[in-house]
Design a protein around this ligand. Structure first.
Ligand code: ADP
Length: 484
């Protein structure tokens, strides 16, 4: 490895130790194509060591009072915030998102830790009224055990804490595997966790071969729970593997989020909220809008407003503070977006803005794609049915509430849906009728620590955030006590 590319974050964490390996995996900056670092290519052997460490440290950590575990977590949150600039820059260089978004993600990551440090203290049990005089019915809540956490590249900081914070607060010990595109930010976040003096082995991190690491996590009976965020395809594969040991699972998978704009909506607010959701992180957000359903009476003016806002986006290297949209994560992602746009155009969609890859302006090696708005989109086009995961806003016109509700639900996914209206009765009809785990009304932002984030149907199972997210790392134990 030449010095030029040597990175500060070139190790894993096992039993509180920094572990390096002779074989490494390169990490690239998606804005420049440059190699920014290397991480060890860990596999089954390293994962098994990490599981061993987590398993050995579980008795001590799980028995520690929640308020003492919270001391480490609160310290972790403070350290993340104290280092937010360095972490945000690392995140931008590894993931591509604009610095302001990266800063927001780091702050959000710290918020999850802080919130769960407190919520861990409220893992109350129950005393249930019994049927007989000498009987007592107790329900205890206990941590699941060692948890395997598999995180994606689109929010590689927030997903680390959204999983690790509730797990640790509940009393679980963890082995985390970050995505290969964005491992360094996870290693850096763990550095700050280790600096709190958290007991060795409570939190471990393995980088490298996803299939080998995943296989080791899924096949080891000491791992009692898997929490995964990523593609539906990999999620289904993990679910099949988990069946052998009936492991507890939380899966946060793909989505196909509709946003529906009714004619009585505030169009300026709707356009702003849609553009900020749709083009955040270059459209690579699991709960990001995939299709924009606009009532035909307002399709013209709303599309115009969206196009105006999209044209204001400044595309480039996220390290430039003026930039508001970065590159796609890699060339594969860009090729996929291109294919969806080509299919739509071939079937009659009209490009209002964008619709091409960006190769110039010093960005020739990055995986940039122009923010795109398509109108005249129909439901025969693949991009309305599949998750595009890129900066493409397809506008589909509709005529009635019943029709658009049916269109929206006609997907195997069920993560998030959005709609804009000022009619209170319609708010309830739509919120009740949409088959999604999350629905936002007159707004498009969802992820906060205190609310249960997650999907139904093929978008997954389990919730992250809220007391629900803590419960996902705990088991109920029913104790039937007969008094002597
Ligand atoms: P995406 O399609 O968004 O890249 P993936 O589902 O491929 O998402 O990846 C999400 C996470 O799952 C990453 O950490 C990735 O390395 C991991 N992963 C991919 N394949 C497997 C596998 N077979 N077993 C375990 N983890 C995997």
């Amino acid at each position: 490895m030449s010095d030029k590319y040597s990175s500060k974050w070139n190790f894993m964490w096992i039993f509180g130790q920094k572990v390096t390996l002779p074989v490494t995996v390169a990490v690239r900056n998606p804005a420049t194509g440059e190699v920014t670092g290397h991480v060890p290519k860990g596999g089954q052997a390293e994962t098994t060591l990490a599981i061993e460490a987590a398993w050995r440290s579980f008795p001590q950590w799980s028995r520690m009072p929640a308020k003492d575990r919270a001391v480490y977590l609160l310290d972790w949150a403070d350290r993340i915030l104290d280092n937010r600039e360095e972490l945000a820059a690392l995140l931008t260089q590894e993931q591509g998102k604009p610095l302001a978004e990266a800063r927001g993600e780091i702050e959000g990551a710290a918020e999850f830790v802080r919130w769960y440090a407190e919520e861990g203290k409220r893992a109350y049990g129950e005393l249930i009224p019994a049927s007989r005089p000498r009987q007592r019915i107790l329900v205890m809540r206990q941590p699941v055990g060692v948890a395997g956490l598999i995180t994606p590249w689109n929010f590689p900081a927030a997903m680390v804490t959204r999983k690790a914070a509730p797990a640790l607060a509940a009393g679980c010990t963890v082995v985390l595997k970050p995505a290969k595109q964005t491992p360094q930010i996870a290693v850096a976040l763990f550095q700050h966790l280790m600096d709190t003096g958290i007991p060795a082995g409570v939190a471990n991190l393995v980088t490298g071969d996803a299939v080998a690491i995943g296989g080791a996590l899924l096949s080891d009976p000491r791992v009692r729970k898997i929490s995964f965020t990523g593609s539906t395809e990999v999620g289904k594969n993990l679910m099949r593997q988990a069946a052998d040991q009936v492991k507890r699972l939380s899966l946060e998978l793909g989505g196909n989020a509709p946003v529906i704009v009714f004619p009585d909506a505030d169009l300026d607010k709707a356009a702003n909220a849609i553009v900020s959701n749709k083009f955040e992180n270059c459209g690579q957000v699991c709960n990001g809008i995939n299709v924009i359903y606009v009532h035909k009476e307002i399709a013209g003016p709303l599309t115009e407003k969206i196009v105006t806002l999209v044209k204001r986006l400044k595309i480039g290297n996220g390290m430039d503070p003026e930039v508001t949209m970065g590159p796609l994560i890699d060339e594969t992602a860009r090729a996929k977006v291109e294919a969806y746009v080509a299919d739509a155009v071939e079937k009659g969609a009209r490009v209002r803005t964008g619709g091409y890859r960006l190769e110039t302006g010093g960005c020739q090696f990055g995986s940039f794609y122009a923010p795109t708005v398509l109108e005249g989109v129909t439901r025969e086009m693949a991009l309305t049915r599949e998750e595009v995961f890129g900066p493409v806003a397809p506008v589909v016109e509709f005529e009635s509430e019943e029709e658009v509700l049916a269109y929206s639900n006609e997907t195997s996914f069920g993560l998030a849906a959005y709609f804009f209206t000022r009619d209170t009765s319609r708010v309830f009809r739509m919120a009740e009728g949409l088959e999604f785990g999350m629905v936002a009304v007159n707004g498009t932002s969802l992820s906060v620590p205190q609310a249960p984030f997650g999907g139904i149907k093929e978008s997954g199972t389990g919730r992250e955030g809220g007391h629900h997210g803590l419960e996902d790392y705990m088991e109920y134990k029913y104790v039937a006590l007969t008094l002597e």
